[in-house]
Design a protein around this ligand. Structure first.
Ligand code: PMP
Length: 350
């Protein structure tokens, strides 16, 4: 008799990001800014000082202090992760018992449901009827299902829309028996963060990442911010040396560059505003371009007549876009990349 894979793994296929040669990558909501020479020098210097024969600091003390200082919060609230992806998996696996219900919304970041299924939890999906989040209906939905965990991104990936601080806090306060996880991966581009409120609630975790506004997707660094009781539980549940020493060293230097990071955010916001405006102008004479959502993130969500066809044609010309029928998600790129993608859509769309 041969070994049989557990049922939950049998139909699983490895995550397949776009591969191949693309001269323009606008599919993964990365930052188009890479570190300038002066910063690279500092990062390399920090990596040189890493004690490569030693395990990393398991609690990332220096790193969490810098993150906390950047956002003006207490370091005791902060837990670092190997990307916020790792923290999502950790939270779902450790705070949900098998059979308990996690609520997600649709559309939203697909990894939430994936990790819950791997943990043997039930996933109840709140299907949005409009792109904007109806927080009141979501609250009723979660209550009716006795949800033990509710997770959503704000601003939302992929809709690019933000729910207000008041709406999010209504969810947190309305679900005292449920852990509410607010993924603020794109909040640096918007307003309405509840990061400063994290310590006030016993059932709230806020997630942040260095992969978007801070332009450091390569180092895999994310943070969970929560009341110390939850932060300690997360530290206890994580694998001991989850964030490697090079990432900790680079993250420390990066988070000390306040003005640089604030400038990056301004450039990214200017780029997404420019892209959004150009796409809106295009929509005025392209009947195939049905809707351009006013974005609060670093990408633009657009509805087109034949998204698959547009993505295929774009890929043939070396431009990677994210196809999410009936929408396309286009990351804000450099001015030249935005120009190129708009030119391409001008040619492809009717
Ligand atoms: N949350 C959201 C909403 C995302 O869009 C992403 C990445 N696309 C992540 C989390 C994961 O980010 P990280 O690189 O920190 O793992």
């Amino acid at each position: 008799m041969s070994y049989t894979l557990p049922q939950k793994l049998q139909k699983l296929v490895p995550y397949a990001p776009l591969t191949g040669e693309y001269s323009i990558r606008l599919d993964a909501n990365e930052s188009f800014l890479s570190p300038p020479e002066w910063l690279l020098d500092k990062l390399i210097q920090a990596v040189r000082q890493v004690a490569f024969n030693r395990y990393p600091d398991p609690y990332c003390v220096a790193l969490c202090e810098r993150f906390a200082a950047f956002f003006g919060i207490a370091p005791s609230l902060v837990v670092a992760g190997n990307g916020s992806d790792e923290l999502i998996g950790l939270i779902v696996a450790s705070f949900l018992q098998p059979g308990e219900t996690m609520v997600t919304v649709k559309p939203d970041f697909s990894m939430y449901a994936f990790y819950a299924q791997m943990a043997g939890a039930q996933v109840a999906v709140f299907e949005k009827t409009a792109l904007a989040l109806d927080a009141k209906s979501l609250l009723v939905f979660a209550k009716e299902r006795s949800a033990r965990l509710l997770i959503l991104s704000n601003p939302c990936n992929p809709t690019s829309l933000v729910a207000s601080q008041r709406e999010i806090l209504q969810l947190v306060e309305g679900l005292p028996d449920c852990l509410v996880v607010i993924d603020e991966a794109y909040m640096d581009f918007s307003e309405g963060s509840i990061l400063q409120k994290a310590a006030d609630y016993s059932n709230l975790i806020v997630l942040k990442t260095c992969s978007k506004a801070f332009g450091m997707a390569a180092i895999r660094l994310g943070f969970a911010v929560a009341h110390p009781t939850l932060a300690i539980a997360l530290k206890a549940a994580k694998s001991p040396y989850n964030v490697n020493s090079m990432t900790q060293a680079v993250g420390c230097v990066l988070l000390e560059q306040r003005q640089y990071l604030l400038d990056c955010i301004e450039q990214l916001k200017a780029s997404r505003d420019q892209l959004c405006k150009r796409l809106q102008a295009l929509a005025e004479h392209k009947t195939d371009l049905l809707e351009v959502v006013q974005t609060c993130a670093n990408f633009v969500f657009v509805q087109v007549q034949s998204p698959e066809e547009v993505c295929t044609k774009a890929a043939e010309r070396g431009v990677a876009l994210r196809c999410m029928p009936p929408f396309l998600r286009i990351s804000a790129g450099s001015p030249a990349e935005n120009q190129a993608v708009c030119q391409l859509l001008e040619e492809i769309l009717n």
